[in-house]
Ligand binder design. Structure first.
Ligand SMILES: *Cc1c(COP(=O)(O)O)cnc(C)c1O
Length: 348
């Protein structure tokens, strides 16, 4: 799954890495995301399953993107696109087996089955999404799997031959083999984050390390208020570092005054408001040996994780990771060099 720009890691780079590592196909939410992969030269099968009325199905069919539909209306639109292009369209169906979000409802199912027989369509995928995949053993998981299997039987009875049936997300793929069908749709796990933190890290290594350069180091007097509203006042003479990174880059402003960072392996506290473009770190009275140009590790590699940020701000690490972006520069390391950035920088 490389939706949401590869969970904030860069969809194209993740797609290439995943395919090189053996992934058989890619999944994104929208046709727009799928077309961006095609424009970057990714030719592997891509499914897209979330469509608003303005979705350009002609462009999707033309680019060989597999449109996975949730309504008869979407299927009609794909048929129309295929006719307009004078070619067949590969499609999938997402069925609602209990999530009650997108997916073909029970009511629409007979219509969808009938429409799928259109000669302009080739049915490839039948999928559903779990409501409680991160609650291993919950009876709804087996219930949704059985619902999906029933729909596949319906389709076979109608003379259709789906080629790919799947429902497992990362949590299901890692905790319950009985939910595997032809393939699994791993998202968060391929980025090295646990889909069920309560069960541990499953031996996964977080792929993303977020760092920021120390833009400025300066001495300030005790009693001096720092950054907007002077939300932190230096209790004594100290040295602060200004990092070129802020909430526009994905650092939650809610972590103001409680953001630990690591510089050259030492832990320092973020102080004062986290601003749009910068944040301030207390380096202590001796400056902690930090100089301008050093790299601060915000999470990944140095003890702090995206999950810690999530816990501290009342969210999940999915939201933290997908929020990293804007002008953030991404640097990709070869798979065998997943050493924390700071350690690499020091050793090179
Ligand atoms: C996001 C998504 C996934 C991946 O979920 P993870 O929890 O990140 O593994 C799988 N399937 C669908 C339909 C999704 O929307």
């Amino acid at each position: 799954m490389v939706k949401a720009d590869g969970y904030g890691h860069g969809a194209v780079a993740v797609a290439r890495a995943a395919l090189a590592a053996g992934a058989s196909e890619l999944g994104v939410a929208t046709v727009g995301e799928a077309l961006a992969l095609r424009r970057a030269g990714v030719t592997a099968p891509v499914i897209a399953w979330l469509h608003a009325p303005s979705t350009d199905f002609v462009a999707a069919v033309q680019a060989g993107v597999e449109v996975v539909v949730s309504t008869p209306g979407q299927l009609d639109a794909v048929v129309a696109a295929a006719h307009r292009l004078g070619r067949t369209a590969t499609v999938g169906v997402k069925v609602d087996t209990g999530l009650a979000r997108s997916g073909v409802s029970e009511r629409d199912w007979p219509d969808v089955c009938a429409l799928l027989k259109d000669e302009a369509l080739v049915l490839r995928t039948v999928m559903c999404h779990l409501a409680r995949g991160d609650e291993p053993g919950h009876p709804l998981n087996a219930g949704q799997a059985a619902g999906l299997d029933d729909r596949v039987v319906d389709l076979r009875r109608a003379g259709l031959r789906p080629q790919r049936v799947h429902l497992a997300n990362s949590a299901a793929a890692l905790t319950d083999r009985s939910l595997a069908r032809d393939i699994v749709r791993t998202g968060i796990a391929i980025y090295g984050r646990s889909p069920v933190p309560a069960l541990g890290d499953f031996g996964l290594t977080p792929a993303m390390t977020m760092t920021a350069e120390v833009a400025q180091v300066r001495r300030i007097r005790g009693g001096q208020g720092v950054s907007y509203n002077h939300a932190w006042v230096a209790p004594a003479d100290t040295v602060v570092g200004v990092l070129a990174c802020g909430y526009a880059d994905g650092v939650p402003r809610a972590l103001s005054n409680r953001l630990p960072v690591h510089i050259n392996g030492r832990r320092f506290d973020g102080v004062g408001r986290i601003c749009m473009d910068q944040l301030v770190v207390d380096l202590g009275h001796d400056g902690g040996g930090v100089t301008e140009g050093d790299r601060a590790v915000l999470f990944g590699g140095a003890g702090v994780t995206a999950g810690d940020w999530a816990n501290a701000t009342g969210t999940i690490d999915y939201e933290i990771l997908t929020g990293i972006g804007g002008r953030t520069e991404r640097r990709y390391l070869p798979p065998d060099s997943m050493t924390p950035w700071a350690a690499r920088a020091r050793s090179s």
